[in-house]
Design a binder for this molecule. Structure first.
Ligand code: ZN
Length: 364
């Protein structure tokens, strides 16, 4: 209620009540005095009631803002140690929310319905770049897939430690929903069968980034030079065998890994500056179903994903694995994707331009 009206009403009510009381007190006309007094009291009460109602649910009430990212409490990550085999899974760190992550504008593509049909045609070969030129992947507003009840949050699926035959299964299931994802690959033997998985992923619109050639912490985190020697082997193999120039990457163990301290103090602080200087955006994650740690069923992986998804943050970067033997991860997509759509999540692929770039806090 308007403050002036409130004051005016109050003053009128009090004046009437006082006049009534005076008339009655003077015994000139007790009946008239009593009526005037009661009317005055009623006006005062009425003014208070109207004022309270206006403040509670009046038309001037403003809605509380939504889509606020609430940083989760962070804990120092515990590494379980370096992996031993080239294709053996390593548990990645527990997820950390970067305290500096700032929510940005949601993607602007227009909403679409939930796709139920696979794309009508699948390209059969990788686009061939011109000689001396490399294929690149960048932001494309058409790659986002939103449900009609979009909740403002985007899920970015990412698969580490592949490619392998599981990559094919992952790609089959992503194609059913026309969803694009990112693959952070290991090794540098992309001249043969493993290269074909990468070709297929790129030809179907997914992104591919550098993870590590060796994935051995005691090799890559010994020094900056050692790290980039390993890193460049992956990039060069992608360039030379696939004709693709990657510009996204993911650190084994994440930027927040503490195990690197055992090999070189402060190396993650240096690398998180140097990798972007070399033209790469690195991505960590904020949803980690830990599918690599145990032999989880597809249902268990799905449950673990939904335990960490948050609809009130603009980006949910999901870390999963597509190395040999991780078949249940591919199966889990058939559970995760329809449920996520039903809950209002959109899907898109990570690219160099993706914001906010989910990055962990560095502790070494
Ligand atoms: Zn890995």
């Amino acid at each position: 209620m308007n403050a002036v009206l409130f004051g005016l009403g109050l003053a009128c009510g009090v004046a009437l009540a006082a006049a009534g009381a005076a008339i009655a007190y003077g015994k000139r006309n007790i009946l008239l005095g009593g009526v005037v007094f009661l009317v005055g009291i009623a006006v005062v009460l009425g003014v208070f009631v109207l004022n309270a109602r206006n403040n509670n649910d009046g038309p001037g009430k403003t809605e509380a803002p939504v889509l606020i990212t609430t940083p989760e409490p962070t804990q120092a990550p515990e590494e379980t140690g370096p992996r031993t085999g080239d294709m053996t899974p390593t548990p990645e760190n527990t997820p950390l929310e970067n305290p500096t992550d700032v929510p940005t504008d949601a993607p602007t593509a227009t909403p679409t319905g939930i796709p139920t049909e696979a794309p009508t045609e699948r390209p059969t070969s990788t686009p061939t770049p011109e000689p001396g030129q490399y294929l690149k992947v960048g932001y494309d507003p058409s790659t986002i897939v939103k449900p009609e009840n979009w909740n403002g949050s985007v899920i970015y699926l990412s698969f580490d430690d592949g490619p392998s035959y599981v990559t094919d299964k992952v790609l089959d299931n992503l194609a059913k929903y026309n969803i694009k994802a990112a693959f952070f690959v290991v090794g540098n033997d992309f001249g043969g069968a493993r290269g074909n998985y990468i070709r297929r992923a790129l030809s179907e619109g997914h992104n591919v980034g550098v993870h590590s050639q060796s994935h051995e912490y005691n090799i890559i985190y010994v020094s900056v030079d050692a790290f980039f020697k390993d890193f460049d082997m992956v990039r060069d193999s992608l360039r030379n065998h696939i004709g693709f120039d990657p510009n996204i990457s993911r650190f084994p163990g994440g930027a927040s890994n503490g195990v690197s301290k055992k090999y070189c103090a402060g190396i993650m602080t240096q690398l998180t500056k140097l990798v972007p200087e070399r033209g790469f955006q690195y991505f960590d994650w904020n949803v980690s179903p830990e599918d690599a740690m145990t032999h989880m069923t597809a249902e268990e992986i799905c449950e673990a994903v939904f335990k960490e998804l948050r609809s009130n943050r603009p980006a949910n970067v999901v870390l999963m694995h597509d190395y040999e033997g991780q078949d249940t991860t591919a199966e889990a997509l058939n559970l995760i994707i329809p449920r996520a759509f039903a809950e209002g999540y959109a899907f898109d692929r990570l690219t160099f331009e993706t914001t906010p770039a989910i990055q962990h806090g560095v502790i070494n």
